[in-house]
Ligand binder design. Structure first.
Ligand code: MN
Length: 710
């Protein structure tokens, strides 16, 4: 275990300005807080946070990261609280420790491999600061290094699998290759001990045979490059057992055929020398086709830059060669952590050096100025998503702002349709609760439940919204059917004495409607009028009132061809009742002449009249003829009703009890709570309409009623 002064020295080596006092206090705090706790290895527990801090110091991270490493388990595993940490070490460190603690509480529970990607995203989304992720990775690395001491084999397997599927790829993603290699290899040893053992045996055999083959090839390569005039260093290594194993699996080849188990790295100072070195190597050795890759001109998404090639080397072995500058190398080894070590380096005026960091999967927020960049450790990945668990441990990504209803629909449409309540992390919570990362959500369903239209107000996923709307549409259709049936039954009883559905079947073909139910729905929605249906059902019908029932949509277009109960008209001139104000007997009216179209009757208070103010020659003084007024004029009202089952039926009942006939109905506005409906009612005169309006206003289900104008 690192001793206190060793840790401080290690940090001071790369960061002379490091806060020594803070490091010392954190070291003492973690030793005291963990006290006599023991690890599975029998070591005192505090050796773990101290080793984690040591790993972070090797990565040359800032003091806050090292201190967080020392304190990372104190809140979860000791009596220390986050408040204690904040009081003693400040807000920034408390925030980092809290972040690591939260990450430690989530566990990959599901075996399904497609869950891994979601889980990685969850970890990234929860690591609001890149340092939280780095500490978590160091924590995992030390736990893997000591995994063999864990007694429960199932637990060892779970931790190794989580490391392989989640943490090694995360380390790769932020570019820390050394950590990725080590995590992978440790997990490999736990998950496939025989596989690893066989690779190791073969490697040992090859080593025996070749006897320092790596060293000989390395020396030969260096000489070749120096002779070629390239100033460089060359290092050689065997590939990690896991990467060899993977290659064997991927290419389905045996170890004997897998000859390039050695990899060499050529490090130069300047970018141009990379290509010079490549030229020398390709000039001297036979190139293995299809293996050359230029990640300098086209860097990997995580910022990795290097030239890769494979040649038949000096000892007639296939070897892999990577060529890069020192800077590229540091970035490749340390990834995002490298920028702290650059902090001590000389300033680079144009800032291009940091470009790859900016592009690093957008992990770090874009800033123009490198100084500012160092201050900025905020992770912004997947902030538009939340990741929540099912009780079984499956992970679902949802858009930010998602609620248990969105979650229920994401799991299954039927679960969404029938959800009545939700438990979030074991507690009953309202269905409109906004979910947070890592929440475990359990949906309670009931067969009797149907989607609630008010859900539409808070759901954020398209799937939930579409399902809720679909249900509302079906519900509406049921209401339209009831309404249409009521309208038609009443009309037929009036004309034929008795109503039966059979009578309506004759209307289906001429109206091109598939079923009587569709016919009801069309009438209820106002797509067909009562008169149209009656005329179609009874072709020989004597229709004394039909002309008075003008379909809403055509009211403005069709001239009334019956006796107009209006005095003062020019004989033979067509008459329309204005669609804007719907004049009724009793209203004060005026006629407006339109050339070629006849006279349009407006109420005197209609707003439309303003546009004819400077054409007095078109105004026609007209009045109702009491002799001809015989009932059956269409008045229009605008009604606001609560959006509840049965409220439409209530509306029609009140109107028919007031002796009004609905001839058309149109929903003009529909919110989750209210419907605004235009209703055309056949009434005798304006007084009759006033009575209908009064009766509607007296009904509790109706919010407001106005005569529609304009
Ligand atoms: Mn830990």
């Amino acid at each position: 275990m690192l001793r206190q002064f060793e840790l401080v020295e290690r940090v001071k080596e790369y960061d002379p300005d490091a806060d020594e006092d803070l490091l010392n206090r954190a070291y003492v705090f973690t030793v005291q807080a963990h006290g006599s706790q023991k690890r599975d290895s029998g070591d005192p527990y505090f050796s773990h946070p101290v080793e984690v801090a040591g790993i972070l110091a090797r990565m040359k991270l800032d003091t806050a990261s090292i201190v967080t490493g020392l304190l990372h388990d104190t809140v979860e595993d000791t009596v220390a609280t986050l408040e204690d940490i904040e009081r003693l070490f400040g807000k920034d460190i408390a925030r980092l420790v809290d972040g690591v603690t939260k990450l430690s509480r989530i566990e990959l529970q599901s075996d399904k491999s497609k869950q891994a990607e979601n889980f990685r995203k969850l970890v990234l989304a929860m690591s609001e600061d890149i340092r939280v992720l780095l500490v978590k990775l160091a924590d995992r690395l030390h736990n893997m290094q000591t995994l063999r001491f864990v007694k429960d084999p199932a637990k060892r397997q779970r931790i190794a699998r989580e490391t392989m599927e989640i943490y090694a790829p995360l380390a790769e993603r932020i570019g820390i290759h050394t950590m990725k290699d080590e995590l992978e290899d440790l997990a490999f040893a736990e998950l496939h001990p025989e596989g690893r053992a066989s690779v190791m045996t073969r490697l040992a055999f090859l080593k025996e045979k070749g006897e320092d083959l790596v060293k000989r090839v390395q020396a030969e390569l260096l000489k070749t490059l120096h002779d070629g005039g390239v100033d460089c260093t060359v290092t050689g290594r065997e590939k990690t057992p896991y990467s060899i194993w993977r290659k064997m699996q991927k290419k389905n080849v045996g170890f004997e055929q897998l000859s390039d188990v050695m990899a060499f790295r050529v490090i130069v100072e300047k970018l141009g020398q990379c290509y010079e070195a490549l030229g020398v190597i390709h000039g001297k050795y036979a190139v293995v086709p299809g293996r050359f890759k230029d990640f300098i001109s086209t860097p990997k998404p995580n910022g990795y830059r290097s030239l890769h090639t494979a040649v038949i080397g000096p000892e007639s072995e296939r070897i892999e060669v990577q060529i890069r500058t020192r800077e590229m190398h540091e970035v490749a080894e340390l990834g995002v952590a490298a920028h702290w070590s650059y902090k001590q380096g000389a300033a680079v005026p144009d800032g291009t050096r940091y470009r790859w960091l900016h592009e690093l999967l957008d992990i770090l927020e874009h800033t123009a100025n490198p100084e500012e960049f160092f201050e900025n450790t905020k992770l912004d990945l997947y902030q538009d998503q939340v990741f929540v668990f099912t009780p079984k441990g499956d992970l679902y990504p949802l858009p930010r702002g998602a609620t248990p209803v969105d979650f229920a629909y994401a799991v299954h449409s039927q679960i969404g349709d029938s959800c009545v309540a939700a438990k979030i992390n074991g507690r009953i919570a309202p269905l409109r609760t906004v979910l947070s990362n890592g929440d475990q959500v359990e949906i309670i369903t009931s067969k009797a439940q149907t989607p609630n239209p008010t859900w539409e107000r808070f759901v954020v996923t398209g799937k939930a919204r579409a399902r809720i709307r679909r249900f509302i549409r079906l519900q509406q259709r049921a209401q339209y059917i009831n309404l249409g049936k009521e309208i038609l039954a009443k009309a037929i009883r009036h004309e034929q004495g008795e109503f039966s559905e059979k009578l309506l079947e004759a209307a289906l073909k001429p109206l091109e409607v598939a079923s009587v139910e569709d016919l009801y729905a069309a009438v209820g929605e106002g797509l067909l009028t009562r008169t149209e249906v009656l005329n179609a059902a009874f072709p020989n019908r004597n229709e004394p009132r039909s002309a008075k029932v003008v379909p809403l949509a055509r009211a403005r277009k069709t001239p009334t061809d019956h006796a107009v109960p209006i005095r003062g008209l020019i004989p033979g001139m067509a008459v329309h009742f204005a669609g804007c104000c719907h004049p009724l007997p009793g209203d004060r009216i005026v006629g407006i002449i339109t050339t070629g179209k006849g006279v349009t009757i407006h109420t005197l208070d209609c707003d439309t009249l303003e546009s004819f103010a400077d054409a007095p020659e078109r105004w026609l003084d007209v009045a109702w003829d009491p002799e001809e007024v015989d009932g059956g004029h269409v008045g229009r009202i605008s009604v606001m009703i609560g959006n509840e089952p049965g409220s439409l039926a209530n509306l029609t009942t009140v109107i028919s009890k007031s002796d009004g006939n609905i001839t058309n109905l149109k929903i003009t506005n529909r919110s989750a709570d209210f419907w605004e409906i235009l209703v055309d009612i056949e009434v005798r005169d304006v007084k009759h309409l006033s009575n209908v309006i009064a009766a509607l206003r007296a009904s509790p289900a109706i919010t407001s009623v106005e005569r529609a104008r304009g």
